[in-house]
Structures are given as structure tokens and as C-alpha cells.
Ligand binder design. Structure first.
Ligand SMILES: Cc1cc2nc3c(=O)[nH]c(=O)nc-3n(C[C@H](O)[C@H](O)[C@H](O)COP(=O)(O)OP(=O)(O)OC[C@H]3O[C@@H](n4cnc5c(N)ncnc54)[C@H](O)[C@@H]3O)c2cc1C
Length: 646
């Protein structure tokens, strides 16, 4: 494997992207229609990329495993999308958004990519408004903004608590327009099962029709992965139940390096776990922290009474409440970044101040905001979120404080990409949550939608041309080639092997066990001993899986259990890689909190001398340890400091 090349253009930070675009290779319109691009995924990253590439004239094949592109997990996004428009005139700028994102990610992301992200953020808003996305507006008609964690300005554009849905409808409209024009061939219910390489270049995929079970071959001049994140390794998460790591994992096994796998985000405001039979967790958007105040009782006697159900939150007088985020971080208060807020909640609950029966919950209270603004205003801002909370918990959050606890939510790690979003496999690109991304060790709220749409609408449609310009003489691919035969055989063998196990444990039973290992040892707090234990336990579980998994139904048929089983096989391997990466990173940064490395006040303690790099892992074989490659992070335009939100 050659040394990692980030391909960041030379020159001043603010000029890099425009100078890249001025000097890159382009494909002329007549040649564009001779070139095919596969896009796996129809979430915000994939739908925007597919629509934009097709609009430019390329021939696109677009894939998702759901019955409609509109069902991609992006539809669940609630709170909003960031952009440096400075509509509030509160001091925002491209540089400030760049700065906040690098700082929020605990100085573990690539400067040039993050600056570009901040730069194109404003274009995203214009694009989406032009598509008709109904962002919230102020009385005078201008777009409204609210605040998200890790920023001292209001830069988050939103459509109530349904921003992802509205943005996805915008992208889907654009995609549909291109489907109608014949520039996009849409393959819903087609799940990618393998990547096809021809002479080391990504030239196609093997898909499985999830309705018939039939394997199919698709060729193209380039492949774009937009297959989302891998939070479901933990079983319980706020992600869609179907969200998985498999497409990325297939690419990893074919030679794409995997960047920072241990960087996962634990979101502070989710509805707490309530029992063993649960299969899904629900997010309460970060936007609620604009007006909601987080607290626990000041004394453990009150906490014990709350845990026994003898009193409720509203029985505790003001002077006995500990608004611990406001106390510890006066400058950012309830709007500290997610990693900081999550750890603070865990610290209070571990110390015995939890407020529900399990002792693993804190209050998120709107009493003051309702008194100050009125119930109507709160309802207009967060109505659907309050309704969702009430439906799930049967408590009315207008009358009593919500109970929340941190949960797995997002993966900052993913397939390693260079400045062009190209992976270490030529012709293979990764966008959105599937790449290792611009968020370093911790993503700021409302920045995932920004990154997915930046990648899809504004970055990839340029950078991929630098590669495709060299392909104009390459004819369309014949999928009868031996490389396609071999890739299809690999899938067939894998699926037959899974069906042949005929064990006694359901996929979910085994997945829950993996989730517990991950949460206990690779979750909010990690240490060397626990990570070693995680590796051992995951290996044992993997063996159990391959001996005991039970997959009812048929191979060549609609078989959701088979889908889940093949995804779990990959989660098991990825889970081990996450533990390996977390063990290697002997420092705390962002969401990666190693208990051995913390300040006296319990904050993450980085080791910049030894760990200012992206850890990119190379697959070396099934039972072999992966090989570590390092991309040094060189901060030229920003001063690297200890993060401070006080
Ligand atoms: C509850 C919730 C709320 C959120 N709210 C916000 C928010 O307010 N603001 C914000 O910035 N971020 C938010 N996020 C994060 C954000 O929603 C995601 O990071 C983002 O939507 C991911 O988009 P994506 O396009 O990369 O992937 P996804 O939307 O996950 O799409 C993945 C696509 O890949 C396809 N796919 C996957 N595997 C295969 C395969 N093997 N074969 C074929 N197709 C495949 C799927 O069918 C799907 O179309 C939220 C996340 C959650 C969980």
C-alpha cells in the first residue's frame, strides 16, 4: 500500500478549493454521456450526488435497499443544517464555522476539507431554497436560525423537527427529475454485496435483489459509496434499523482503508433505554437544548426518591437543582458539544444522581422557556418532538421535564478519503456519513446534513471529473468479465455459508450481545483492559455466530433475516476493528474517551505529539491484524489548543 496521499492543493486555505476547481480536469458534455457512475445510497449524500452528476450529463445508476429512495435514514434528521450565512448578524463567518468544526472535532480533522465544507455551506442553503425546501422563516420572511452545540452563533437552518425529511424530499425531487429524463437508472430494493475491481480500479458492484434474492451485476466507470454510518454496530442506536456498515466493509476488504473506526458519536439527548426487549432508541433533537435546561438533583436523597418513583422532577425546588452544564461550562451552558454533554450526564449518573428507575437519566426541562416564551412558541418550535416524546413515554413534556440519556447516534469514522473524496481504491469515492469525514473525533450538531449535501451537490460532482476525464476512451463495462464472475461467486459462497449454519440463536439475540460488548467497552468511556476484553469477547461471539446463527426462510427469496445476518457478520468484524483502533489511540479526544487520559476535571486529554493523525486501517486477511497507516494532520491555519467551553 502506497503512502496515504491526501492530495490537498497548495496555497492559502481560503483559495484552495477555488484554485482546485480552476485547475482540475473536466469532461466535455459529449463525453459525459459515455461515462457511467454507480452511486450506492439515496440518503442526502447519495441522492444529491446522483442528481447532480446526472444533471451534468453523466449516466448514473442509483441504488438503495429500501423500497423508495425517500426511505433513506437521512429522512430521520430532526434539528437542522448549519451554514455560515450570518443572517443573524451575530458574528458568523466561513472562518468561524471552520474554526468551530475543527475545535468541535478536537483537532483531529483535515483543515482543507473542513474549510471547504464551511465555504460551500452557504451554497447548500441557496440550492435547497431553490428546490422549495420549506425552511422555517421569521415574521418578515427571512430564513430563521437556531443554535446548536459548540457554537456561540445561531447558524442552524431548520424545518421544525423534520429538517432531514424536507431536505431529502428536495434531493429526491431532483433525483426523480433525472430518473424521468433517463439519466438515472434507479434500483430500489437492490442491496450491494460486493465491489468489483478490474485492474485495481472500482468498476462495478454485485447487488442482491432483496425481493427475489437474485444476484445481479452492474458495471460503471466509477463507484460512489454513500451508504451511511455504522452506529448500529452497537445494536441500540438512534439510527434507522436497517442502517449498516456492509457496503463500506466490502470496500474495506477490497483495499479501501478505513479511517478512525473508533470515532463514534454518543448523543446526549435520547430517550433512555427502558428494557431488554427494546430494539431502537429515539433521539430528542439537540435543538431542544436551545430552550431546555439540563439538570439533576443537588442531593442524592432526592435522586433516590426519583429513582423509586416517590417524587417527580417538579417536586424538587429550584434551589435543590443542579444545572450541571451551566455550572461547569458557563460560556456554552446547555449548548456544549455532544461529547462534553454526554460525558457530563454519565458522570452525574455514575455518581448516583440519575433521575429514573435505572438511575441512567437526567432531566431536560422546558419550564423556564414556557414561562418566558409561552407554550405556543415552544409548540411551534418543537411541537413534533414533544409529541413524539409523549407517544413513547406517556409523559407530557409541557408539564414535566423530559428524561434523557446519551445514546449512539453517528459515526465520524468511515472509509478514508482524500481531498477529492476518493478512497485508496482508484475510481471508488465515499461521501456523507460513509466516509471518515470532516468531523474529526466529534461532530457538531447540524453538521452531518451540511457535509452530506456539500459532498453530493458541490464537491464530488467536481472532483470525480478529475478521474473520469482519464476514462473517456474506456468503453462501457461488460459484466460477463471474469472479475464480475469472481465477485459474484464470493457473494454466493458467503450467503450459502450463512444459510448452511442452521443454528439456534436469532440474529437479533447475537446482535444484542455484540451491542452490549460495544457499549460496555467501546462506548462512552474506554480503557486498555476493557478494549482487550472487547476484542476477545467479540472473537468468541463471532465464532458463536458462525456456528449458531439461525436464519429461517430461503436463500432465493425475500429474507430479512438473511439480510440482517450478513450485516451482523460485518458488524462483528468492524466492532473488533473499532476496539483495535480505540486501543491504539492512547489519548482522549472528542467522543473517544480513554479513562487513562483525562484532566483533573475529567475532560478529554489529547496527546498531540503522538496522535495528531488519522488512523487508516488496511485489511490484511480474515484472521490477521489490520495494518495501521497514518495521515499526519498538519494544522497551518489554526492554533491547536486544549478545548475549552467554559
Ligand atoms: C435521529 C437522527 C437525527 C439526526 N438529525 C440530524 C440533524 O438534525 N442534523 C444533522 O446534520 N444530522 C442529523 N443526523 C445525522 C444525519 O441524519 C446523517 O448523518 C445523514 O443523514 C447521513 O446521510 P447519508 O446520505 O450519508 O446516509 P443515509 O441517509 O444513512 O443513507 C444511506 C443510503 O445507503 C443505502 N445503502 C446502505 N447500504 C446499502 C447497500 N449495501 N446496498 C444498497 N444501498 C445501501 C441506503 O439504502 C440509503 O439509501 C441525525 C441522525 C439521526 C439518527
Amino acid at each position: 500500500m502506497a503512502k496515504l496521499q491526501s492530495r490537498v492543493p497548495d496555497g492559502p486555505l481560503a483559495d484552495k478549493w477555488s484554485s482546485y476547481k480552476s485547475n482540475q480536469n473536466l469532461v466535455n458534455p459529449a463525453n459525459k454521456r459515455k461515462l457511467d457512475v454507480i452511486v450506492v445510497g439515496t440518503g442526502l449524500a447519495g441522492a444529491s450526488a446522483a442528481a447532480s452528476l446526472a444533471e451534468m450529463g453523466f449516466k448514473v445508476k442509483s441504488f438503495c435497499y429500501q423500497d423508495s429512495p425517500r426511505r433513506a435514514h437521512s429522512i430521520a434528521a430532526q434539528g437542522g443544517i448549519n451554514a455560515a450565512k450570518n443572517y443573524q448578524n451575530d458574528g458568523d463567518s466561513i472562518y468561524r464555522l471552520f474554526f468551530d468544526t475543527i475545535k468541535g472535532g478536537d483537532y483531529r480533522s483535515r483543515e482543507a476539507n473542513v474549510y471547504r465544507l464551511a465555504e460551500v455551506s452557504n451554497e447548500i442553503i441557496d440550492q435547497c431554497v431553490a428546490q422549495g425546501v420549506p425552511f422555517a422563516r421569521e415574521y418578515g420572511g427571512t430564513l430563521d436560525n437556531r443554535s446548536f452545540g459548540g457554537a456561540l452563533v445561531s447558524r442552524t437552518f431548520y424545518a421544525r423537527g423534520q429538517t432531514g425529511q424536507q431536505l431529502l424530499l428536495g434531493a429526491y425531487q431532483s433525483l426523480s427529475r433525472q430518473i424521468k429524463k433517463g439519466n438515472v437508472e434507479m434500483y430500489p430494493r437492490m442491496e450491494m454485496y460486493n465491489l468489483v475491481l478490474v485492474d485495481g480500479v472500482a468498476r462495478g458492484i454485485i447487488g442482491r435483489d432483496v425481493v427475489t434474492g437474485k444476484l445481479e451485476r452492474f458495471g460503471a466507470h466509477a463507484v460512489v459509496l454513500a451508504s451511511g454510518g455504522y452506529g448500529n454496530t452497537f445494536f441500540l442506536s438512534t439510527m434507522a434499523m436497517g442502517a449498516n456498515a456492509s457496503a463500506a466493509w466490502q470496500c474495506y476488504k477490497k483495499g479501501a482503508l478505513f479511517g478512525n473506526p473508533s470515532y463514534v458519536q454518543i448523543h446526549p439527548t435520547c430517550i433512555p433505554v427502558h428494557g431488554d426487549a427494546q430494539s431502537k432508541l429515539t433521539l430528542m433533537s439537540e435543538s431542544l437544548r436551545n430552550d431546555g435546561r439540563i439538570w439533576v438533583p443537588k442531593n442524592t436523597e432526592d435522586a433516590k426518591k426519583l429513582q423509586k418513583g416517590e417524587i417527580g422532577g417538579s417536586d424538587i425546588p429550584e434551589e435543590d437543582r443542579d444545572y450541571y452544564l451551566e455550572r461547569r461550562y458557563p460560556a456554552f451552558g446547555n449548548l456544549v458539544p455532544r461529547d462534553v454533554a454526554s460525558r457530563a450526564a454519565k458522570e452525574r449518573c455514575d455518581a448516583g444522581y440519575g433521575v429514573n428507575a435505572t438511575g441512567l437519566a437526567v432531566f431536560l426541562d422546558f419550564k423556564d422557556a414556557i414561562q418566558r416564551l409561552g407554550r405556543d412558541v415552544i409548540e411551534a418550535k418543537y411541537g413534533n418532538l414533544f409529541q413524539m416524546y409523549e407517544k413513547i413515554t406517556d409523559d407530557n413534556p409541557y408539564e414535566m421535564p423530559m428524561m434523557i440519556y446519551p445514546a449512539i447516534h453517528y459515526s465520524m469514522g468511515g472509509i478514508w478519503v482524500d481531498y477529492e473524496l476518493q478512497t485508496t481504491i482508484p475510481g471508488l469515492y465515499a461521501t456523507g456519513e460513509s466516509n471518515f469525514s470532516d468531523h474529526g473525533a466529534n461532530r457538531l450538531g447540524a453538521s452531518a446534513l451540511m457535509q452530506g449535501l456539500a459532498d453530493g451537490y458541490f464537491v464530488l460532482p467536481y472532483t470525480i471529473q478529475n478521474f473520469l476525464a482519464g476514462e473517456i476512451n474506456t468503453p462501457r463495462f461488460n459484466t460477463d468479465a471474469p472479475e464480475f464472475d469472481a465477485a459474484e461467486t464470493e457473494v454466493k459462497d458467503l450467503l450459502e455459508k450463512l444459510m448452511a449454519v442452521k443454528g439456534h440463536h436469532s440474529v437479533d439475540t447475537l446482535h444484542k450481545r455484540l451491542g452490549k460488548i460495544m457499549w460496555n467497552y467501546v462506548g462512552m468511556a474506554r480503557n486498555a483492559e476493557g478494549l482487550e476484553t472487547a476484542r476477545e469477547e467479540i472473537r468468541d461471539l463471532k465464532e458463536d455466530f458462525w456456528n449458531n446463527v439461525k436464519i429461517p426462510g430461503e436463500l432465493n427469496d425475500l429474507n430479512p433475516e438473511l439480510q440482517k445476518a450478513s450485516r451482523l457478520a460485518d458488524f462483528l468484524e468492524l466492532g473488533e476493528l473499532m476496539a483495535i483502533d480505540a486501543l491504539n489511540r492512547a489519548e482522549s479526544c472528542g467522543g473517544h474517551f480513554r479513562e487513562e487520559y483525562q484532566t483533573e476535571e475529567g475532560e478529554a486529554l489529547r496527546n498531540d505529539k503522538d496522535f495528531t493523525y488519522v488512523a487508516a486501517w488496511e485489511y490484511t486477511g480474515d484472521e490477521k491484524d489490520p495494518k495501521l497507516h497514518k495521515e499526519d494532520l498538519d494544522f497551518k491555519f489554526i492554533e491547536v489548543k486544549q478545548r475549552n467551553y467554559k
